[in-house]
Design a protein around this ligand. Structure first.
Ligand SMILES: [Zn+2]
Length: 161
């Protein structure tokens, strides 16, 4: 399969690879942020183990604001140097209130913690009201089940959920 054919690929019932590749930064600067073939299995594992099972439970759209990040995109966005986004192991997800049918993002976080073998979950919110969940999954070692809260992009603390 040619590299450009991957993007339209449906990797599960409700998720495509393209959703992991979209990046405003990449688009604006003309950076190729397609998922390299060797990382596609990692993205698929994240979808199969976390995103699709949760999607099946809530039956509402789960949107990805940032999935894969090539090194350049990660650096420009001030991502952590060892960010799991660069390995295809992490996604930032959100839901849209109009579509949510009563589910909250906090509910989604609780479902991930209760029902999946996640590596790290960070419940992110900002004073302007935006919020999202960073969630990761790895096939390279045991998943850590790390649960963090962050309200400013700088300070992270462990949370119970
Ligand atoms: Zn993230």
């Amino acid at each position: 399969m040619a590299k450009q054919e991957f993007s339209a690929m449906r990797i599960s019932k409700n998720f495509t690879l393209k959703e992991f590749e979209v990046s405003n930064t990449a688009e604006k600067l003309g950076i190729d942020n397609r998922v390299p073939a060797k990382l596609v299995p990692s993205v698929k594992a994240l979808v199969d183990e976390i995103l699709q099972p949760i999607r099946d439970k809530v039956e509402i759209p789960i949107h990805i604001s940032s999935g894969y990040r090539c090194k350049q995109v990660n650096t420009i966005n001030h991502g952590a140097a060892s960010s799991q986004h660069m390995k295809g192991e992490a996604a930032d997800i959100y839901i849209i209130p109009m579509e949510a049918k009563g589910w909250t993002l906090w509910d989604i976080a609780k479902l991930i913690v209760r029902f999946t073998d996640f590596d790290q979950l960070i419940y992110e919110s900002r004073p302007n009201g935006s919020k999202w969940i960073h969630v990761s999954y790895t096939t390279k070692r045991a998943n850590r089940h790390s649960k963090l809260r962050c309200k400013d992009g700088k300070h992270y603390y462990q949370m119970e959920i």
